[in-house]
Design a binder for this molecule. Structure first.
Ligand code: G3P
Ligand code: CA
Length: 296
C-alpha cells in the first residue's frame, strides 16, 4: 500500500536520475573515503515531500537514491526521539507548542503533511495530508541496516539525556559503531559538547561538526585541529565556504559536507571546491550534477 502510494506521488514530479557506472564505482568506495562524494537527503526528500516524514525518507532513499537520509532529532516530554527540525511543532504540523511539553501520543495526533501543501501548492498532494511525525525507532524499524543515517542532535541543551537515548536506540537496532559499516551512521551537531559526549559514549561513531556561515568564514587551523580530535568531518553552511577554507579542511583530512545546497550552480561550485558530499533537498539534482562533474 505504502509502495503504491509512493510511486503515484512520484510520477511526473521528479527527474529520474541515471545511475551510471561512474556512480556505481563511486558507491564501491567506503562512505568515509575522502574520494567519495556523498549525497545526503536533507530532512528526507524535503524538496518534494513534507520534511521529516516517512514518505520524505522513502523518496530520498528509494527513488532519489541518496546515500544518506538526514534526520534532525527532538525529544518528547516522555522521552521519545522524534524526527523534527524545530523545537516547536508550529511550522511543520497543524499543532502548536514545544515538543518538550508534549507526550508522543499528542505528537502522533498531529498532521505533519498539510503545511507542505499550503506552502508549495505546485508540489501539493492529497496524500500528504495527515502524514505523521515519525519516531527514530520507526525509521530504524523500517530501514534497519538498508539505509545510511545522518543524524543531528538538535537543541541538546533543551533535552538532557538525548545523547544517551540516541546511543541506546542505535544499539537496540544493531546500529552501534561495531555493528555497522564505517560511516553508515553519522552523528552531526552544532553543539561541540553534544558531539564530545557521544564520543565518550561510543568512541568509534563517526561525528561531524556543523558550523554556521560566520564560523566557517573565519575558521583557523587550530579550530580544525580541535574538531579533528573528535570528528571525522565538518558540515558548514555552504554560504560561508570558500576555496581556501575548503582546502584547509581537506588538508586536515576531514570530510567536508556543506549544507544545504539546492541550486545546480551552487552544487557545481561546491564540487569545484573539493567537498566530499552535500546536504540537499533535491538529491536527484545532485546525482545529476555529481555525475556531470565526475565525467569531466
Ligand atoms: O544538518 C545539516 C543542516 O541540516 C543543518 O541545518 O537547520 O537544516 O538542520 P538545519
Ligand atoms: Ca539538520
Amino acid at each position: 500500500m505504502f509502495k503504491q502510494m509512493s510511486v503515484t506521488i512520484l510520477t511526473g514530479m521528479i527527474v529520474t536520475s541515471n545511475v551510471t557506472s561512474i556512480e556505481a564505482s563511486d558507491k564501491e568506495k567506503g562512505l568515509l573515503d575522502p574520494e567519495r562524494i556523498v549525497n545526503i537527503a536533507h530532512r528526507g526528500a524535503s524538496g518534494y515531500a513534507p520534511e521529516h516524514t516517512m514518505l520524505a525518507y522513502e523518496i530520498g532513499h528509494k527513488k532519489l537514491k541518496a546515500d544518506y537520509i538526514e534526520i534532525d532529532l527532538q525529544m518528547t516530554k516522555d522521552g521519545h526521539l522524534i524526527a523534527m527540525h524545530d523545537e516547536t511543532v508550529d511550522r511543520t504540523t497543524n499543532g502548536k507548542g514545544a515538543v518538550i511539553d508534549k507526550n508522543l501520543a499528542e505528537i502522533k495526533q498531529l498532521d505533519a503533511g498539510s503545511w507542505f501543501n499550503d506552502l508549495y501548492p505546485s508540489n501539493a498532494k492529497m496524500s500528504y495530508r495527515g502524514l505523521k511525525v515519525p519516531t527514530l525507532n520507526e525509521i530504524f524499524e523500517r530501514y534497519g541496516k538498508k539505509a545510511n543515517y545522518y543524524i543531528e542532535t538538535k537543541s541538546p541543551n533543551v533535552y538532557p539525556g538525548m545523547e544517551e537515548k540516541l546511543l541506546k536506540t542505535l544499539a537496540q537496532y544493531g546500529l552501534s559503531s561495531g555493528k555497522i559499516k564505517p560511516g553508515q551512521v553519522m552523528i552531526q551537531s552544532f553543539s561541540q559538547e553534544s558531539l564530545q559526549k557521544i564520543k565518550y559514549l561510543d568512541p568509534n561513531l563517526s561525528l561531524v561538526q556543523l558550523l554556521e556561515a560566520k564560523e566557517i568564514k573565519n575558521i583557523s587551523k587550530n579550530q580544525l585541529y580541535t574538531i579533528k580530535s573528535y570528528a571525522v568531518g565538518v558540515g558548514p553552511s555552504f554560504k560561508g565556504l570558500t576555496p581556501i577554507s575548503s582546502q584547509m579542511i581537506r588538508e586536515e583530512h576531514l570530510l567536508l559536507h556543506p549544507y544545504t545546497v539546492n541550486e545546480e550552480s551552487d552544487m557545481h561550485r561546491m564540487l569545484d571546491y573539493g567537498v566530499t558530499g552535500v546536504f540537499t533537498n533535491f538529491a536527484d539534482r545532485f546525482n545529476e550534477v555529481r555525475q556531470q562533474h565526475t565525467s569531466r
